[in-house]
Design a protein around this ligand. Structure first.
Ligand code: PLP
Length: 424
């Protein structure tokens, strides 16, 4: 531990609270010991984790840099200003707000900035790949706002843009929202913009899943098209667990006032510092190569799973994730998830478009390559992973002592030993 920095100190924690120290270690062991294929997860860098575990966590800083409600903000102001400037530069945006605590909090602020309760939004339906915060009944967004939903086309399984246009003309929504959590394909932002212009709607992109690919210049950016773009910072982007919003200059003060004081209290200055570190990482050529490799890997994985009869919806992917239909191998999503889990492979069951099963059973799985790509894996490893998933899902068992679970787990152990997460 350096004298000039007093922050994370594992030994001190272990001495005082061995229970929680043990959880920190065993969680690290869990993520190192298996394959992490959850499409919304990643392994942030030691630099990001250092900022997170710092004394900036202590500071109250309600307000914005130079305009705080508390004294003593000179140092945290520097961190937030760096985060804002780096975020604007990374996405070539007019304005950035880096205070949202998470993706859902960022979205809440966008609602607050543009809508009053009872007004209408048009967004992608959850069972077709949207998100809870896009107007589902369980969420504030569906309770307080009138949400109309579009879905995907039955044949292409990709967004039905004609339906978006038809519903926009019929319902005249105040806001049209693009983005979701299970969309394997690129989104046609120009088409959405044209529809918004036609009906006078605000165009909002929830880029939570794919913003890292935009930051890495691996896919087109929504920023030139959208009025406002909200996102998480912990998915492909690989920063701390948090959120942020970029928008056009004309919406800057509405967004800032909606984040604070409308929706949140004091910002988490340690997380904001960690976001600044992450934005700096994302501006490197190393990160750009990473983002391109994430997509290349997702492509190989999706195709290889398809060759085992585990069909990728839409026929493949343009991004970091693919969604797979298990119906032809006669396995449900919940079974596949449990069997893979028993074999050391973490992935999630997922509804596929027009899924005949209930959401808690599901006919599909979702896989993503952010974590395994951070570990340095490439195309050969993706083919191996596809074979291991197919073996576990179709021949395996939820019992970790089943011979197939053991056999696959042994191969997983070999693979992760060659590409360690958080190498010592
Ligand atoms: C992950 C996600 C969110 C929510 O982010 P949290 O940080 O979990 O609140 C919102 N929108 C989309 C599309 C997401 O994928």
């Amino acid at each position: 531990m350096s004298d000039t920095f007093y922050g994370s100190d594992y030994e001190a924690l272990e001495a005082f609270d061995p229970d929680i120290a043990g959880v920190l270690l065993s969680e690290l062991g869990r993520l190192r010991g298996g394959l992490q294929l959850i499409a919304s997860e990643n392994f942030s860098s030691p630099a990001v984790l250092t900022a997170l575990g710092s004394t900036l966590s202590n500071k109250y800083a309600e307000g914005y840099p130079g305009r705080r409600y508390y004294g003593g903000c000179s140092e945290v102001d520097k961190a937030e200003t760096l985060a804002i400037e780096r975020c604007k530069a990374l996405f070539d945006a007019d304005h950035a707000n880096v205070q949202a605590h998470s993706g859902a909090s960022a979205n809440q602020a966008v609602y607050g900035a543009f809508l009053t309760p009872g007004e209408t939004i048009l967004a992608m339906s959850l069972p077709h790949g949207g998100h809870l915060t896009h107007g589902t009944k369980m969420s504030f967004s569906g309770k307080w706002f009138d949400a109309v939903h579009y879905g995907v086309d039955k044949d292409t399984e990709d967004i039905d843009y004609d339906e978006v246009e038809r519903l926009a003309k019929e319902h005249r929504p105040k806001v049209i929202l693009a983005g979701g959590s299970a969309i394997p394909r690129l989104i046609d932002f120009a088409r959405f913009r044209a529809i918004c212009d036609e009906v006078g709607a605000i165009f909002w992109v929830d880029a939570a899943h794919f913003i890292g690919l935009v930051a890495g210049k691996a896919i087109p950016s929504p920023v030139p098209f959208a009025d406002v773009v909200s996102f998480t910072t912990h998915k492909v982007l690989r920063g701390p667990r948090s959120g942020a919003i970029v928008c056009r200059e004309e919406h800057a003060s509405a967004i800032d006032r909606a984040v604070f004081p409308m929706m949140q209290g004091g910002p988490q200055m340690h997380t904001i510092a960690a976001k600044a570190v992450n934005f700096k990482e994302c501006a490197t050529t190393g990160y750009q190569a990473y983002a391109a490799q994430v997509i290349a890997n997702a492509n190989v994985l999706a195709t290889a799973l398809g060759e085992y009869g585990i069909r990728p919806t839409t026929g493949g992917t343009d991004t970091h994730l693919s969604l797979h239909d298990l119906q032809s191998v006669l396995v449900t999503g919940v079974e596949a998830e449990a069997r893979c889990d028993a074999a050391g492979i973490t992935l999630n069951k997922n509804a596929i478009p027009f899924d005949p099963q209930k959401p808690n059973i599901a006919s599909g799985i979702r896989v993503g390559t952010p974590c395994v790509t951070t570990q340095g894996m490439g195309a050969d490893e993706m083919r191996t992973i596809a074979r291991l998933i197919a073996t576990a899902a179709t021949k395996g068992d939820a019992d970790p002592d089943h011979p197939v679970s053991k056999e696959v787990r042994a191969e997983v152990t070999d693979l992760v030993a060659r590409f360690p997460a958080y190498p010592r």
